[in-house]
Design a protein around this ligand. Structure first.
Ligand SMILES: C=C(O[C@H]1C=CC=C(C(=O)O)[C@@H]1O)C(=O)O
Length: 415
């Protein structure tokens, strides 16, 4: 199989119940953090028991799922809890583009979890092996900001080109993204970013995998046993200046033909991808409003029951890329993204999350995130473009979507 793997012949795994650990992020001993947290619940990990580098290509999710199944099947596992996220877990982040390098799955040496009144610690490998020494957490300082692949005015021209192609009938929707970079005067500690993101975006999934750090509102798929859930987002407006303005903006968004149209591409595709895998599938008639600290989104929550034993990564394979990050029709949109964006998205807009030995797990779309490499952070934001999109409005929307990571790097504005 086409996967580079670093792992011992046989993983030895032990999960024990623990008393409530409190703040999961505070338990992370050093900056090489793994995390998936929402409303204070979830899992964090550190150390490395195994690492897989899924090879670029169309079968990367199912190949990785099969390889992990083998790795976990050969493990010696003592897991009295049998809950999603107990026993061995791999955290992963896949590139948006199947041809791009950089996808990774990591099985940590320690996993601390808390959910639904349970808390647990999983140790993988020899429990007597010392962990890397704990390191104090320091906030980034001396940040300087740099333009990304395209300056703002060029990006707006590309949006205008996309609008023209859509009006010409070549496609229905495309998501165009841009990047900006920040440099600090010392390596950036992911734990600081996680703390700030989790505090300001509790409804989002705050995540860290191998330097990719963010707080995404978009759940690609959660699998628990045969139940699957997905939260599809597309259609955005800025937060208002106060409650009355918020209410007016919310009313405008939920009735906007442009945004409902933009949303329907993503919701319909996720429905069509899940339907053949599910014995029953609930799809809402119309999207609801999701209100975050920076923006409001149109959101459709889908629920289904899988009709056969598929791991969460097998379901990810059927879904990525949805029109929340690609477009419709997907192949035409991906070609246009390659033509107009002028950058490799890396792991931005790719699936990120975790999977356990039962095949349960949660995978989001890596949005509102940055790739951290030493003192450098590369931030990304994208916007769904349809026939009625206005380039200047999309630039303003991208600016709002950069805010979570900008503020995580600088500290929130009220600090
Ligand atoms: C592509 C992004 O957001 C997607 C998710 C929600 C709303 C979106 C929109 O309204 O354009 C995007 O489809 C991003 O944040 O980079």
């Amino acid at each position: 199989m086409n996967l580079a793997v670093t792992a011992p012949d046989r993983l030895v795994v032990r999960t024990v119940p623990v008393t409530d650990p409190g703040d999961l992020i505070a338990a992370l001993p050093h900056p090489a953090a793994l995390a998936w947290i929402r409303h204070g619940e979830g899992i964090v990990g550190w150390g490395e028991a195994a690492r897989l580098h899924p090879t670029a290509g169309p079968h990367r999710f199912t190949d990785a799922a099969a390889r992990l199944r083998d790795l976990f099947a050969s493990a010696t596992i003592d897991d009295p809890l049998h809950l999603p996220g107990t026993g061995p877990v791999a955290f992963g982040a896949f590139t948006f583009d199947p041809a791009s390098p950089g996808s990774v799955l990591t099985v940590p040496r320690r996993i601390l979890g808390r959910r639904d009144g349970h808390a647990w610690l999983t140790t993988i490998g020899d429990p007597d092996d010392p962990d890397a020494p704990a390191r104090p957490m320091t906030a980034p300082t001396g940040l300087t900001w740099h333009q990304g692949a395209l300056p703002a005015h060029t990006w707006q021209q590309r949006v205008a080109t996309a609008v023209q192609r859509i009006r010409d009938g070549r496609l229905g929707k495309v998501v165009l993204a841009r990047d900006i970079t920040a440099t600090a005067d010392a390596p950036i500690d992911a734990r600081v970013l996680l703390h700030r993101l989790a505090a300001r975006y509790p409804d989002c999934y705050t995540f860290a995998v191998d330097g990719l750090v963010g707080a995404t509102p978009e759940l690609l798929v959660r699998r628990r046993g045969d139940r699957v859930d997905s939260l599809v987002l597309a259609g955005t407006t800025a937060r208002g200046t106060g409650p009355a303005d918020d209410a007016a903006r919310a009313a405008a968004l939920t009735t906007s033909p442009k945004d409902l149209h933009e949303h329907s591409y993503a919701a319909d595709m996720v429905r069509d991808a899940l339907a053949p895998l599910c014995a029953d599938l609930h799809v809402p008639d119309r999207p609801e409003l999701l209100t975050l600290a920076n923006v409001m989104h149109l959101a459709s929550a889908l629920h289904g029951r899988l009709d056969s034993d598929r791991s969460v990564l097998d379901v990810v394979a059927a879904l990525h890329p949805t029109p929340a990050v690609g477009g419709a029709p997907t192949p035409t949109a991906l070609d246009l993204i390659a033509e107009l964006e002028g950058m490799d998205r890396g792991r931005y807009a790719g699936p990120t999350g975790w999977i356990d030995a039962r095949g349960d797990g949660e995978w989001g779309i890596a949005l509102r995130c940055a790739d951290i490499d030493g003192p450098r952070a590369r931030l990304f934001a994208g916007c769904g473009i349809v026939a009625d999109s206005v380039p200047a409005d999309e630039l303003a929307e991208a600016h709002n979507k950069f805010r979570p990571m900008r503020e995580a790097l600088h500290g929130p504005p009220h600090n």
